[in-house]
Ligand binder design. Structure first.
Ligand code: C2E
Ligand code: MG
Ligand code: MG
Ligand code: MG
Length: 291
């Protein structure tokens, strides 16, 4: 059994350098039926407490097993799905699938929070909050099991609307995270008004952290800003031990990255959880599931 996630470079489908290539556009006409035919899957990447090594949640990341084009990563179809309005189906599917996965893990004794990426378009969809409320009652799942990750640029696209939508979700007791933080130019004023629980520092500041003093300054500043505002901080893109140690020293609570685990298919996530008993230790770093 092979995990495709390990072969990024080999099997990665690239439609074309042109954003609006014919292949990419035609993918959009297939997205909805692709979802219905079960061609989309979520992989799950753990977020880990940097002090204790315990898993705090997993992030759901979509992949498309296309019968013709093979394994397609989200950067190839999410942006276009956002522009064509198709993203709504995908978001609804991803939330339901994540809830099902939460329940499946619970049967094995793991109580794991699920982080789901929500796009700017979803924030102007007034049907989203009631849709989520329905799912939660249908599956009898507590709202605080869900974390919605919204990118900083999605919020900045229409801050008034975004804040309204985020308030509705927050009032339902869903946790909110600002994704790719540091790349979207939000102001302090904006941040103060945005109902949010966590900032997720963009991986562009983390990947080279141990060699780059500018990144170090930026990460330090974002961390103290977050803490002063009472927010939790998450670093994504941790690829080595040294970076993990630096972040832990800086007081960053939570980390995510290939060093701990790549995004895993559901059954590999279960294996990872069982192998780790929910606890990450550096002995696991060469495990075939995570590297
Ligand atoms: P994101 O939410 O910022 O997710 C982080 C991306 O970084 C993921 O790429 C993840 O696989 C990758 N990553 C994680 N750890 C490392 C690391 O240590 N090093 C490096 N180099 N990369 C790492 P992925 O899965 O290709 O997803 C790309 C983006 O697509 C996501 O960025 C998110 O914006 C979007 N996306 C993924 N799934 C969904 C979805 O279900 N709905 C929506 N609306 N967007 C999604
Ligand atoms: Mg994310
Ligand atoms: Mg991100
Ligand atoms: Mg991103």
């Amino acid at each position: 059994y092979e995990c495709k996630e390990m072969h990024h470079n080999v099997s990665r489908f690239v439609a074309a350098s042109n954003k609006y290539s014919v292949v990419r556009l035609s993918l959009m006409t297939e997205l909805k039926s692709g979802i219905e035919k079960g061609q989309l899957q979520l992989n799950y990447q753990p977020k880990v407490d940097l002090k204790t090594g315990k898993i705090v949640s997993v992030e759901s990341l979509v992949r498309w097993r296309h019968p013709e084009h093979g394994y397609i990563f989200p950067d190839e179809f999410i942006p276009l799905a956002e522009q064509t309005g198709n993203i709504r189906h995908l978001t609804h599917w991803a939330i339901e699938e994540s809830i099902k996965q939460h329940l499946a893990l619970k049967e094995h004794g793991f109580d794991i929070k699920m982080a789901i990426n929500i796009s700017a378009v979803d924030l102007i969809d007034l049907a989203l909050p009631p849709f989520v409320a329905n799912l939660l009652s249908k599956y009898q799942v507590e709202p605080n099991v869900l974390i919605f990750e919204v990118t900083e640029s999605a919020i900045m696209a229409d801050p008034e609307q975004a804040i309204t939508a985020l308030n509705m979700l927050r009032n339902m007791n869903i946790k909110l995270s600002i994704d790719d933080f540091g790349t979207g130019y939000s102001s302090m004023e904006q941040l103060k008004r945005t109902p949010v629980d966590e900032l997720k520092i963009d991986k562009s500041f983390i990947l080279d952290l141990s060699n780059n003093s500018d990144d170090m300054i930026i990460v330090k500043s974002i961390t103290s800003l977050a803490h002063n505002l009472g927010l939790t901080i998450v670093a994504e893109g941790i690829e080595n031990q040294e970076t993990m140690a630096i972040l832990a020293d800086l007081g960053v609570e939570t980390g995510q990255g290939y060093f701990m685990s790549k995004p895993l298919e559901a059954k590999l996530l279960k294996a990872w959880l069982m192998g780790n008993s929910g606890v990450f230790s550096s002995d696991d770093k060469d495990s075939k599931h995570t590297k």
